[in-house]
Design a protein around this ligand. Structure first.
Ligand code: LLP
Length: 437
């Protein structure tokens, strides 16, 4: 009989948030079965230590260089998660007024907030400027003119970088590539000089840096080295034109290994070396916008088996979590490792398809997963679920949004409550009450 702990190889790696002790899976010092019992399923559970370690490991790789790690809030915007990083000195990379509000509420210093995003509105720009955020990453000339107007209205100066598109293809997934010339992001590289001239001509805008983000789920350092080389060349040219370029925002994108519970693929020191080789001689402050690499490996999604079902020659287990709670498998074809939180002693492994109860054929977490028989009520953990999990969840099929739990040592806290049916229904109305116009 295969032993799950051995096939998982959980014991062979360095520090991990997730460990199997006997039959039970633990996150830090808390037995996941205890959380499932107390909070119910489905539920996201995060390790505070894993978040902290991921941050500190990346930060340490850039030791000795002026830097700001602006956590990409979109990866996991739970206030407790943002606050965990903020306490360690992190800033925030945000893409909406909502994310600015979250970052501020979680204790991020306004000057450590960088505002990215391809469709910032006048209202969002005005809110951000009033809040005193650090840098606006401009994504178009149109946005430059809009910010100029907003800043003039407030009689306040805005610090800006321009997000330039380096035309570098990086990351394996077409759905999340951003750095190619055909992607909607950033300003064409060749337009850099004219756009910085336009900034210099504005009384209200101050160019402080350049910004590049080449994509997500990047698994080798080569695209980063290429990007850093191009960035260094551009900074030199812009400086020759008289622009005081002091910061280079190198974006995010560091990939994780979902087969290994979302741990980092690129070693932070290798990443830092690839970047610093080109950018260190310029004496610029580096801004990093990591999201996934800081949070993916810290989280699991707990879900219970509702029932087993056979169809033709396939064995399904229908789970209580679905694509509305975790859309990554349906949207990107990602495979999050599934493992029981308590293994049974008679556990012969057999292939099974893990499905959710939502009425869509694509509501499948994974196929042919080798698992012991799951009885109704048995709980499994889908790993690597700390990034782009809860944030991408929906209430399709009127399934209330699921809770988020933070583990710290031998304690855990509910950091987002499960939504109730009443909350969902209260927002709507059966009667037609015309709005006053
Ligand atoms: N900075 C900018 C400007 C971004 O657009 C992104 C991600 C990041 C930073 C953070 O990238 P990360 O370090 O997390 O790769 N939902 C997809 C990922 C979309 C990424 C969007 N932009 C997924 O679940 O794989």
């Amino acid at each position: 009989m295969p032993d799950l702990a051995k096939t998982e190889g959980l014991e062979t790696r360095k520090w991990r948030a997730l460990t199997r002790r006997g039959k039970s899976l633990f996150l830090e010092e808390v037995e996941l079965a205890q959380i499932a019992q107390a909070v119910g399923t489905p539920a996201y559970v995060y390790s505070s230590q894993a978040l902290g370690r991921a941050y500190l490991e990346l930060d340490a790789a850039f030791e000795g260089h002026e830097r700001l790690i602006a956590y990409a809030v979109k990866a996991n915007s739970n206030l407790a998660v943002i606050a965990r990083f903020a306490k360690l000195g992190a800033g925030a990379d945000v893409v909406s007024e909502g994310e600015i509000r979250r970052a501020l509420a979680a204790g991020v210093a306004p000057e450590k907030i960088v505002f990215s995003g391809v469709g910032k509105t006048a209202q969002e720009l005005a809110f951000a400027l009033k809040a005193g955020i650090g840098i606006f990453n401009l994504e178009s000339e149109d946005e430059l003119h809009l910010l100029d107007k907003v800043a003039a209205d407030q009689r306040a100066k805005a610090r800006v970088s321009v997000r330039l598109n380096p035309d570098i293809a990086a990351g394996g997934n077409d759905k999340i590539a951003t750095g190619r010339a055909t992607d909607k992001f950033g300003v064409n590289w060749d337009r850099a000089h004219s756009i910085y001239r336009a900034i210099a001509a504005s009384k209200w805008l101050e160019a402080v840096g350049i910004d590049i983000h080449i994509g997500s789920q990047i698994t080798s350092v080569e695209p980063y080295a290429k990007m850093a080389g191009k960035a260094a060349d551009l900074v030199r040219r812009l400086r020759r034109d008289g622009h005081d370029i002091r910061c280079v925002d190198i974006g995010g994108g560091l990939g994780v290994d979902y087969a290994r519970d979302g741990c980092s693929v690129i070693d932070p020191p290798d990443y830092a070396a690839a970047i610093l080789e080109h950018l260190e001689p310029l004496g610029v402050k580096l801004i990093l916008e990591p999201g996934r690499v800081l949070t993916a490996g810290a989280g699991v999604l707990l879900t219970s088996a509702i029932r087993a079902k056979r169809a033709s020659n396939r064995r399904f287990v229908i789970l209580d979590a679905a694509m509305n709670d975790m859309i990554r498998p349906a949207l990107y074809g990602e495979r999050h490792r599934a493992t029981p939180i308590v293994t049974s002693s008679s556990g012969e492994l057999a292939p099974v398809d893990l499905a959710g109860p939502v009425c869509e054929s694509t509501d499948i977490f994974d196929r042919d997963v080798m698992l012991p028989a799951l009885n109704p009520g048995d709980v499994i953990a889908l790993t690597g679920a700390g990034a782009y999990g809860s944030v991408l969840s929906l209430e399709y099929n009127s399934r209330p949004r699921i809770p988020e739990i933070m583990v710290d040592g031998d304690q855990f806290a509910i950091v987002r409550k499960r939504r109730t049916y009443d909350q969902i229904l209260d927002e709507e109305s059966v009667s037609f009450k015309p709005c006053a116009v």
